[in-house]
Design a binder for this molecule. Structure first.
Ligand code: ACM
Length: 683
């Protein structure tokens, strides 16, 4: 199941604008956005308060960094990374480390203290940043706040009058929500430590602070247990993290101001556990690691004390690796079929007076809450655990809809919203961006709103692997990171799309492969197909959503992820660019001539590649199912040119848009809405 909430339409234009005299921000204006924002630094997330000046601080080889007073090893390492990245971004050779305690000139880092020995949910993350022509002052109560400030500083770096500079600015910044997460499922497809670490680097760039590691599911148990070694030796097909690797990831995350919340999904989604430990099961074995994902009937046996003894020992071991205050116990999609098929479990339910499996799951959740709390941790689970009797200390992660989040808050439960942030739904950035954990029209009271800890982006891995995951997560997660960090009133979609390309490059500079990965995949499967022509097509294609791929391709863990769909990304720049240019032409705005020229160039290129590309794709077994898209591209190019001319043939050809909207090859065009608009205008 994958759910979503609808995008909320915005009224008026909310603009973060540059103003030399005073701070004017997130204010509705009626002027065109682009002119006013042209010189705005492409920050993401937008700071809570920002005032730009006219001058700039020049980044020069002699730049010094000094501490006003406190520093520690984590701050030293953060400053060293910042200098290295600033050098890379500016091209100016910079020192590798801090010169010493100096609060004047250069970059002065004024941090009050280290923050929590284990970063807590309530960690103080605020910072202020003042750039003048004389120097930079970064001030924060904690190292985590300073790390966030350094990311802002790096995003500010630009070129002015031929020199690398930081623009004059005063920023006072703090997050709107404490919980700004990203979940990665490493069970359906495993991700190596290197991928996890570059993800953490990307999260730090956009100030996300919770890495939720979905370490176990039916298709693989990925965390080494010394107490129960068969969990990985029999339940992982050889792909798992050693304890040393997990500790390394936790340390890597802490160095970047990120908490790591491990998830061991239970009582369902546990077939991988049962391969080595069938005695935990509610149904008879033997078991093997399944190749298909989805919902399996198997579940832990919640009626046996031996199950809890096992879980107690496992949690005891895992908390020595994961110091975070929160411990995720899953709880999703356990439908109780195996329970109802087991007479002993049915008898237990009867004895307890339970009518439904959900009540037995509530009992299980309560037992798990006790175990997790005994080991000094707070439980969090998916929203199925929210049933009568759930202890109030359990945090509910809502994946089925914002309503369940609000329902939880009304009953006094703390919650994290994930429903609108499922990346495998392949929605537009705009849709993700406008979905708010606490929308402006919320029915929650002020007290209930305080229970909403934040939001979490979810990356399920049925259809991705190490090569394709970055392009599915980035740069999209950045727009949700802004939703979780920045003020609720920051909802200017055009501004978001304008800033996104720069953030995408900033993310690439820390090592993410979201831009190169799809190109590598494209080249590697192109065979006889000209990669240049293919790129013309794939630039305007995006993947179908999770459900559509699942239904059509019947994927399992052995399915090679090597189709055209694996070389394209959701909501690529073409969607916004073509829509923008069509709007300019249709509304005859000041830059409509340039916009028209860009559209004409695109449409001609589409026509040019269409025939030969379709013929080549027909001959390639990895993409012949999508060859029709190449044919359609040419027809759509012709239609676009006709529409721009205002030609009479548009009427006859308009059916081609509907044709191109039909499913084919697991990929969809990005620009059909804009094309419809153009055709309508021509009629
Ligand atoms: C989930 O998507 N089953 C949490």
């Amino acid at each position: 199941m994958r759910s979503c909430i609808q995008a909320v339409a915005i009224s008026g234009v909310m603009v973060a604008l540059l103003n030399h005299g005073g701070m004017v921000r997130a204010q509705a204006v009626n002027e065109p956005v682009s002119d006013r924002q042209a010189s705005m630094p492409a920050l993401m997330p937008l700071p809570a308060h920002m005032q730009m000046g006219a001058g700039a601080y020049k980044i020069e080889p002699g730049l010094t960094v000094g501490y006003a007073h406190f520093h520690d090893a984590r701050l030293d390492a953060g400053v060293a990374r910042m200098l290295k990245r600033l050098q890379f971004a500016s091209g100016v050779p910079l020192p590798r480390a801090v010169a010493g305690n100096s609060a004047t000139g250069g970059i002065a880092v004024d941090v009050a203290g280290p923050g929590g020995a284990v970063q807590s949910l309530e960690e103080e993350e605020a910072y202020s940043l003042a750039v003048t022509q004389q120097g930079v002052r970064l001030k924060a109560a904690t190292v985590v706040g300073a790390l966030h400030g350094m990311e802002t500083l790096l995003q500010l770096a630009t070129v002015k009058d031929g020199a690398a500079v930081l623009p004059e600015v005063t920023i006072d910044d703090a997050p709107r929500f404490h919980w700004r997460g990203l979940m990665i499922d490493v069970s359906r497809h495993f991700e190596p430590v290197s991928q996890i670490e570059r993800t953490l680097d990307g999260m730090a760039v956009v100030k996300m602070n919770v890495f939720h590691w979905h370490l176990s599911d039916d298709t693989g148990f990925r965390a080494e247990s010394l107490a129960y070694p068969k969990l990985t030796s029999m339940g992982s097909n050889g792909d798992y993290y050693t304890q040393a690797q997990m500790r390394e990831v936790v340390a890597y995350a802490r160095a970047r101001g990120i908490r790591v919340v491990p998830e061991f999904d239970m009582p369902g989604h546990i077939v991988s556990w049962l391969v080595g430990y069938p005695e935990l099961s509610s149904s008879p074995g033997p078991f093997q690691v399944p190749e298909t994902a989805g919902i399996h009937d198997e579940a832990l046996d919640p009626t046996r004390e031996s199950t809890y003894a096992f879980l107690d020992k496992l949690v005891a071991e895992m908390v020595t690796i994961f110091p975070d205050a929160y411990f995720h116990i899953g709880g999703d999609e356990s439908e109780g079929k195996a329970w109802l098929a087991n007479p002993k479990i049915v008898a237990f339910m009867k004895q307890k007076g339970y009518q439904k499996p959900a009540e037995l799951q509530a009992y299980f959740s309560q037992r798990m809450q006790q175990i997790v709390e005994k080991h000094g941790r707070k439980p969090i689970g998916w929203d199925e655990i929210l049933v009568p009797g759930l202890p109030k200390s359990v945090v509910v992660q809502s994946w089925r809809g914002a309503d369940s989040l609000a329902a939880g808050a009304k009953q006094g439960y703390r919650g994290v919203l994930s429903a609108p942030y499922y990346l495998d739904a392949m929605k537009s950035n705009e849709t993700h961006y406008l979905a708010d954990p606490i929308p402006a029209d919320t029915t929650m009271t002020a007290e209930e709103q305080k229970l909403i800890l934040g939001g979490e982006v979810c990356m399920w891995a049925e259809h991705l692997n190490e090569r394709t995951i970055d392009g599915r997560i980035w740069p999209r997660a950045a727009v949700m990171a802004e939703r979780f960090w920045s003020p609720q009133s920051d909802r200017d979609v055009a501004s978001m799309y304008r800033r996104l390309p720069a953030i995408s490059l900033a993310l690439e500079r820390v090592g993410l492969t979201h831009l190169t990965g799809p190109a590598v995949m494209r080249r590697s499967i192109s065979r006889n197909v000209d990669p240049g022509m293919l790129k013309v097509l794939t630039d305007v294609l995006q993947p179908v959503p999770f459900d559509e791929r699942e239904e059509n391709q019947h994927t399992d863990s052995r399915t090679p992820l090597d189709r055209l769909i694996d070389t394209v990304v959701p909501d690529p720049p073409s969607r916004f660019e073509i829509a923008r240019d069509v709007d300019a032409v249709v509304n005859n705005t000041a830059d409509s001539k340039e916009a028209e020229a860009r559209l004409v160039a695109r449409f001609i290129e589409w026509q040019h590649v269409s025939g030969p590309l379709a013929a080549e794709m027909q001959q390639n077994p990895l993409m012949n199912d999508a060859a029709v898209r190449a044919t359609q591209l040419g027809a759509l190019g012709a239609l676009g040119l006709e529409a721009l001319k205002g030609g009479g043939a548009v009427k006859q050809q308009a059916a081609q848009v509907a044709d191109a909207d039909n499913p084919a090859g697991l990929v969809r065009f990005t620009f059909l809405d804009a094309m419809k608009k153009l055709v309508e205008a021509a009629k």
